[in-house]
Design a protein around this ligand. Sequence first.
Ligand SMILES: Cc1cc2nc3c(=O)[nH]c(=O)nc-3n(C[C@H](O)[C@H](O)[C@H](O)COP(=O)(O)OP(=O)(O)OC[C@H]3O[C@@H](n4cnc5c(N)ncnc54)[C@H](O)[C@@H]3O)c2cc1C
Length: 387
Amino acid sequence: MTHYDFAVIGGGPAGSAAARRLAQKGGVVALFERRAMPRTKPCGGGLSVRAMAHLDFPIPPELVDSEIHGTRIGLGAIFGEARLERLIGVLVTRSKFDHFMLKKAEEAGAQVLWQEVKSLEVRPDGVVLQTPEGEVTARCAILCEGTNRRLSLAVRPADTPRQRAFCLEADVPVPQPDPFAALRDMIDVRFGYPGRGYGWVFHHGTYYSVGVGGVAADFKNPREVFDKFVAGLGLDMTGVRVWGHFIPAVGLMRPMCADRLLVAGDAAGCVDPFQGEGLSYAIRSGQLAADTALAAAARNDFSRTSLAGYERRCAEAFGRDLRIALFLSKLTHLWPSLFTWLLAADPEVLRRYLQVAATELSYRFFLRRLILKGPWRWLKSRLRLIL
Ligand SMILES: Cc1cc2nc3c(=O)[nH]c(=O)nc-3n(C[C@H](O)[C@H](O)[C@H](O)COP(=O)(O)OP(=O)(O)OC[C@H]3O[C@@H](n4cnc5c(N)ncnc54)[C@H](O)[C@@H]3O)c2cc1C
């Protein structure tokens, strides 16, 4: 086949979610993926309850490495820990999770084409995609190519080094005895690696995902920072591969559509810049892009004006959260110690923060509480020192 109703480019979580939704609603869909799956994707593998709530199927137990109930955050000597009774997320291995998501799209009827889309051209009557195996046409294309963007530059400009974070990540086998056994159901975040960023240890059972990440413009010597971080953890890195990857850090950046084109997931900047959580927003934006494309097909109008409802839907669904997350990440970068202290000093604040991940509280509520109560708590702690 060389003509489809819809072409989805990129078989990551955004693309698979979009292709599944389109196929479920009767669209004839081609899902293009350039790499054979399962493929490696550097990631902490944190899949929040928010992300899982968007899926119309459960995550099979064999994909769950760990169940997460709490967090531990720190900066130097400042440390805080909180737990919730209920689940706030699970840890998955991305190579397996992404393959599973792609199979879910295929199962719904999307045709997976293991080809790289080299270029695309928007014509009045459709989109023409060039692949090494030939030309494919579609009425509309959803671009889910991740952070290494080429095709979606036709819709939105490249992110500047200030609008994206750079991360180094490695999966390190758990030694025996396990020095981080206490972190089995927690995510451990350590601010200050690099100065404007953080390091993490996510315990996947058989391996730890360890990494560091910070705003690309300020992250000058990533390998040195990473080596210092893992040395501080006392981990043996012999034979362990370290991966580098970018994450968007823009909040919600428009435009996200043009005539016959929609952009979703990392390619559209749909990532929480504070936590680096992208899976939830990739899945949701992919689904919203699919819904918009289906509605445009029903009207037989794929103009930018007809597709613009997609930007509004994303803004309504998670725009405010990403804006607040961007503000929080800027606060952390400006005053890392004060901010960590505000989070760590009171377990109640951290618990509230976990409730945001568990979708019980909005970011807006959390921020209000942090700002209103924070200075008072700080003053009280100073007075205690003086009196
Ligand atoms: C180090 C690190 C840690 C992270 N940790 C977390 C975490 O713990 N939790 C969380 O929620 N998020 C995390 N994220 C963010 C998360 O990984 C991303 O937000 C998510 O992968 C975005 O999904 P996507 O589908 O938009 O893009 P991707 O997952 O990058 O998928 C894009 C796909 O498109 C394919 N592709 C690209 N161009 C073409 C083309 N021209 N033709 C065909 N195929 C193409 C690629 O091969 C790839 O498979 C992390 C990111 C990094 C870098």
